[in-house]
Design a protein. Structure first.
Lengths: 115, 152
């Protein structure tokens, strides 16, 4: 599944790095705890979260996340968006909530990382 | 025994000061050390485990201590992550090692931290872990990751 298909499935607004939406998503992980992100986000992982602070962006970058989807209509401040843009990390936001997002993407065939 | 993963690994020491509530130091230090380890050609799995240990250990110091330091030693056979802090110490280490147990304040939890996963994550990612703590004085944490050992 490509990032642009994710955006379509979630009716998401792209916040930055629109030119990178041809990247392929291999796995997906959804959480609101940084410790869990560290353990479960790999390269090629799409991160779904409702946390929008700068720490989440940094954790996603440390773990080489493929992109981040913010749920529930949440959007990070402009500094976070600019940093993500600079680092080549696509961000998007959707009005849908976390359960709905996971369900829609699972239906499209996306799965979590198997340890 | 040598293998390809660390044939060029020299002895390197990296050091970061950690001030109280400086939460950005965790990602900054993890990210910088990750880059260094990548340049050395160290295996991806080991880099990931090291980055998690650094992130969690530095975050613990920033959340709980008054100030402290993070030191990372990279040797041909082992990576050692050491944090030393001046702070309250850990009252019950056994309890602190349990997943979900946290003494972090609410404001920290709202940021996505303090989930009680820090020390369990560090333990899970390291081959050896030693925590030395004195109430009212501070805590020293030493974690080792062996470069040629299969991690469970």
């Amino acid at each position: 599944m490509l990032l642009k298909d994710v955006a379509l499935a979630l009716d998401a607004e792209i916040l930055c790095c629109e030119e990178l939406l041809d990247r392929e998503v291999k796995t997906c992980f959804a959480c609101d705890m940084v410790s869990e992100m560290l353990l479960h986000v790999q390269s090629n992982t799409l991160l779904i979260t409702s946390l929008t602070n700068a720490h989440v962006l940094h954790a996603a970058l440390v773990m080489d996340a493929l992109a981040v989807v913010f749920v529930g209509g949440k959007r990070p401040d402009n500094t976070v968006i600019k940093n993500a843009e600079h680092s080549g990390l696509p961000l998007m936001t959707t009005k849908k909530h976390i359960f709905e997002c996971c369900g829609l993407l699972y239906k499209e065939g996306l799965r979590g990382y198997e340890h | 025994m040598l293998n390809n993963s660390f044939r060029f690994t020299p002895h390197i020491t990296l050091e970061f000061k950690i001030e109280e509530k400086d939460f950005f130091i965790a990602s900054e230090s993890a990210s910088r050390i990750k880059k260094t380890l990548q340049q050395l050609g160290i295996k991806q799995d080991i880099i990931k485990r090291t980055a998690i240990i650094i992130y969690e250990a530095a975050m613990n110091v920033a959340i709980h201590a008054i100030h402290g330091a993070l030191k990372v030693y990279v040797d041909p056979e082992v990576i050692s992550v050491v944090t030393e802090d001046v702070g309250p110490g850990i009252e019950n280490v056994e309890l602190a090692m349990k997943e979900g147990y946290s003494t972090a304040p609410q404001e920290i939890r709202e940021m996505g931290f303090g989930a009680g996963m820090g020390l369990p994550n560090i333990k899970q990612c390291s081959d050896e872990l030693v925590i030395d703590t004195k109430i009212g004085e501070g805590t020293t944490l030493k974690a080792k990751i062996y470069l040629n050992k299969n991690h469970e």
